[in-house]
Design a protein around this ligand. Structure first.
Ligand code: NAD
Length: 544
């Protein structure tokens, strides 16, 4: 639905979304449409404008998706695999173009675009292609107390799925969200963040090409650009399921909206992940995991290791190592691969959140061992920052920063580490660094989180066999793995005759001996021991 209106960088961006197989799509831009300004946050350069999709156009998009889904739902798993294979091939062939687009719209480094976005999407597509049918095909189950029947679960597509996603991974948030509902036979409408709308046209063209290569309508997957109003319209548009990835505050708004239509939701919300460094940890390993956990994508990760909880015996040595490594990180405009270690903060609004929380902490007595305030000049640059002496009174101890700020807390032992780790409202992921496998498992079991990485940072996401999601204010429902696929289906129960004939007990009219017979049958089925079963059988066959 999107078409950038100023001179775009690539030809591909202009041709996206205008036509689908000879059929013109409803134009996204109508006279007077609200325009989204697209800015490169690293340079301040205006990339262009993208029309916001109005609430009425959202309704039309859902109606078209509903039509397209009818054909898609009838497709075989082999056809769906071929569409996803096409998509995967396009991603591999056009990697540089995708990276360039996300670097421009988000200000991240080329390496993060490649590894955090392209690689993650490839892993997701490959997993769904290879495992989708296995988890989505009909499944035989037992027939319980009905031996003359056969039970089966059919994983039936839901219809139209809405995905409302944030800006931190412009490519991955879209393609990583689409793969599972699509494989499960649904049409998908995605609303990316208005902050990265510049990339949508390119992404829509990749989706269109893949669907049309197998003769399916491009309306099967549609990107609708816009801000909160477009998202809110999508929530009310009568879709069958909503995946929301974003802040806990907006998550609550989505749930309020979806309550009106009783639309089920998956909530992938924020985090304040703890990262426990035990006194027996390999400190070099801890250092690299911590740098990755805190500063990859400049900390704009739901699974960022925002709270380092370091045990007293290794605290000083760890602080020394991590401070030196953090101060050495290169930050600036990512002009090409290898030019920077970290990039820019994606939005001015996020910059403000980071500054407010850091300033509050500094005013209340925290010390910055690295960074601490935004860099002067053009571009949204907040440097990789380390704060120590953080107390529970500081907002930053509890609230999500979603930026390059590593908080380091000193604790005496495992018990104190766990208590501190579980002390926020969030529960997305967590890390434990220790040389002792049993200790790692013991600590992991006590953490209140949707996932735990032992001796690593948020890597659970990369293992597509694992479910991904949070607990507490970090949300509910899974994104990856078997559960993440089946989340986009109705697990329909089917009961049919086991043999070529039906056995239908007569229930009406009720006869005087029926109650005693039924009691005998219940005892026969559920009683324990031969003697009890024999008594029940006698009662059952006794003439009444
Ligand atoms: P956000 O909540 O501001 O926006 C997310 C999306 O919701 C955007 O597309 C936005 O336009 C839309 N939106 C805003 N108001 C809406 C409304 N009233 N109705 C419908 N849609 C609305 O989040 P953000 O700032 O874009 O992203 C940062 C947040 O996302 C952080 O909290 C981060 O932890 C979280 N996040 C979570 C995960 C996860 O998997 N758990 C992944 C990435 C980011």
């Amino acid at each position: 639905m999107t078409e950038p209106v100023s001179a775009p960088k690539t030809a591909t961006q202009t041709k996206a979304n205008i036509k689908t197989k000879g059929k013109a799509r409803a134009p996204a831009a109508t006279t007077g449409a609200e325009m989204l300004s697209c800015i490169n946050p690293a340079t301040g350069e205006v990339l262009g404008q993208v029309p916001a999709v109005s609430p009425e156009q959202v309704q039309l998009a859902v109606a078209r998706a509903r039509l397209a889904q009818k054909a898609w739902a009838c497709s075989s798993f082999a056809q769906r695999r071929r569409v996803l294979e096409h998509l995967l091939r396009s991603v591999l062939e056009r990697t540089d173009e995708i990276c360039e687009s996300v670097v421009q719209s988000s200000g991240k480094t080329w390496e993060n675009a490649l590894l955090g976005e392209v690689m993650t999407v490839c892993a997701k597509l490959r997993w769904v292609i290879d495992n989708g049918e296995r988890h989505l095909k009909s499944e035989k189950v037992g027939s319980g107390i009905l031996p003359h029947k056969r039970g089966r679960i059919d994983y039936v597509p839901l219809g139209v799925v809405a995905c409302i996603v944030p800006w931190n991974y412009p490519f991955q948030n879209i393609f990583g969200s689409v793969a599972a509902p699509l494989m499960a036979g649904n049409a998908v409408i995605i609303k990316p963040s208005e902050a990265v709308a510049w990339s949508s046209a390119l992404f829509q063209s990749l989706l269109d090409e893949a669907l049309q290569s197998e003769g399916f309508s491009a309306d099967t997957v549609q990107i609708v650009d816009g801000a909160g109003a477009t998202g809110a319209a999508l929530v009310r548009a009568g879709v069958q399921k909503i995946l929301f990835i974003g802040s806990a505050g907006n998550g609550r708004r989505i749930i309020e909206g979806s309550a009106q239509t009783l639309t089920p939701v998956i909530m992938e919300l924020g985090g304040k992940d703890p990262f426990i460094v035990c006194d027996d940890a390999d400190l070099d390993q801890a250092l690299h995991a911590a740098l990755g956990g805190c500063f990859i994508n400049l900390g704009q990760n739901c699974v960022a290791s925002e709270r380092l909880i370091v045990q007293a015996p290794v605290y000083d040595a760890f602080i020394e190592k991590v401070t030196a490594a953090t101060r050495a990180l290169r930050q600036g405009v990512p002009t090409g691969p290898g030019t920077q270690d970290v990039g820019a903060v994606c939005t001015a609004q996020q910059m403000q959140v980071i500054e407010t929380l850091v300033n509050d902490a500094l005013e209340k007595g925290a010390r910055a061992l690295a960074g601490g305030k935004r860099l002067p000049g053009q571009g949204n640059f907040f440097p990789p920052t380390i704060l120590v002496d953080v107390t529970p009174q500081m907002r930053i101890a509890r609230e999500e920063v979603f930026g390059p700020v590593m908080l380091i807390f000193k604790v005496a032992d495992d018990a104190e580490a766990i208590a501190l780790a579980n002390s926020t409202e969030f529960g997305l992921q967590a890390s434990v660094i220790t040389r002792d496998r049993a200790r790692g498992q013991r600590l992991a079991a006590q953490l209140e989180s949707g996932g735990v990485c032992i001796n690593d940072f948020g890597m659970c996401y990369l293992n597509q066999d694992l479910p991904f999601g949070g607990v507490k204010a970090s949300g509910f429902g899974a994104m990856n793995g078997r559960d993440g696929l089946r989340a986009y289906t109705c697990a329909r129960a089917v009961l049919e005759d086991r043999f070529g004939f039906s056995v239908l007990p007569k229930i009406y009219p009720v006869k005087p001996g029926d109650y005693a017979k039924a009691k005998g049958m219940i005892r026969l089925l559920f009683g324990r021991g031969l003697a009890q079963k024999a008594r029940a059988l006698r009662q059952l066959i006794k003439p009444q």
